[in-house]
Design a protein around this ligand. Structure first.
Ligand code: PGA
Length: 260
């Protein structure tokens, strides 16, 4: 894991966007793993800005989203289909047939999940997976206790997640209780993983994920087993990291390092 601590959420978003852009420039038909939530919004805005300036082309890109609420139609304002369309897809040129988001309204979840996993494999696997982190340490909707080998499946959301996400809904009772989510095992197969977090509410989860033991109680801690995970955090989310001085030292010395 490499930890980059940026001064602000804007700098965090730009740094992560630069890394995605770097991959797309080297591999124009890259497969991107997309995340929803408030954390990646700045990253998406930056990618859109680069696209509008003619510096980033998405015409050969394929995407797979991490998760979707069960029971929300795709045009529901809080569905992740709608979120992705509004905040990213409608502003860039990804062919619609290359966009994949789990279905929250299928009649056969097991069959859908198996199909989703197959589609990821057929596309050649995910080149870069963008991730946020829940205040309970989840990645995607892999709540505490999720197997670290889990695959795409139906999950029951933790009360903490329902509380955290209630801010987007009119009433707490409107937050769906179930979701379909890529598993931790699915996520770990991505070639690169970018984990983003900002704000003081994420400080404990980030400290546990980066410096705590690998445990199903904090599914983000499984990223310690991944060969290429970059953690992009702002000052507030980094505030409980014990090894901070070393992370900063690595970033400072990076320009002088021999090419890897
Ligand atoms: P947030 O959600 O970006 O809205 O904080 C992150 C997550 O729950 O994974």
């Amino acid at each position: 894991m490499e930890v980059a601590i940026l001064r602000t959420v804007e700098e965090m978003s730009r740094a992560a966007a630069r890394e995605v852009a770097h991959v797309l420039n080297a591999k124009p038909n890259a497969v991107l793993g997309m995340a929803t939530g408030s954390t990646p919004l700045g990253l998406y805005q930056e990618l859109v800005r680069l696209h509008k300036r003619g510096e980033l082309d998405f015409s050969h890109v394929t995407t797979f989203n991490l998760d979707e609420y069960v029971g929300l139609p795709i045009n529901h304002p809080q569905s992740y289909h709608q979120f992705m369309h509004e905040n990213f897809f409608r502003h860039v040129n990804i062919p619609p047939q290359n966009i994949h988001i789990p279905s929250g309204t299928t009649t056969n979840y097991a069959a859908f999940c198996a199909w989703y996993e197959d589609r990821i494999r057929q596309a050649g696997g995910i080149d870069v997976q963008i991730l946020g982190i829940g205040s309970d340490g989840h990645i995607a909707f892999n709540e505490p206790g999720s197997s670290l080998n889990s695959r795409t499946r139906l999950k029951t959301l933790a009360r903490q997640t329902i509380d955290d996400n209630a801010r987007f809904f009119e009433r707490r009772e409107d937050v769906p209780i179930y979701a379909i989510t890529m598993g931790v095992g699915t996520i770990l197969e991505a070639r690169k993983i970018l984990l983003l977090a900002n704000g003081p509410k994420k400080a404990d989860a980030i400290a546990a994920a980066v410096e705590g033991p690998v445990t199903a109680m904090i599914t983000a801690s499984a990223l310690q087993m991944h060969p290429y995970t970059r953690v992009y955090v702002d000052e507030a989310a980094a505030s409980k990291l014990k090894m901070r001085e070393y992370y900063d030292w690595i970033q400072e010395k990076k320009p002088g390092a021999p090419p890897a």
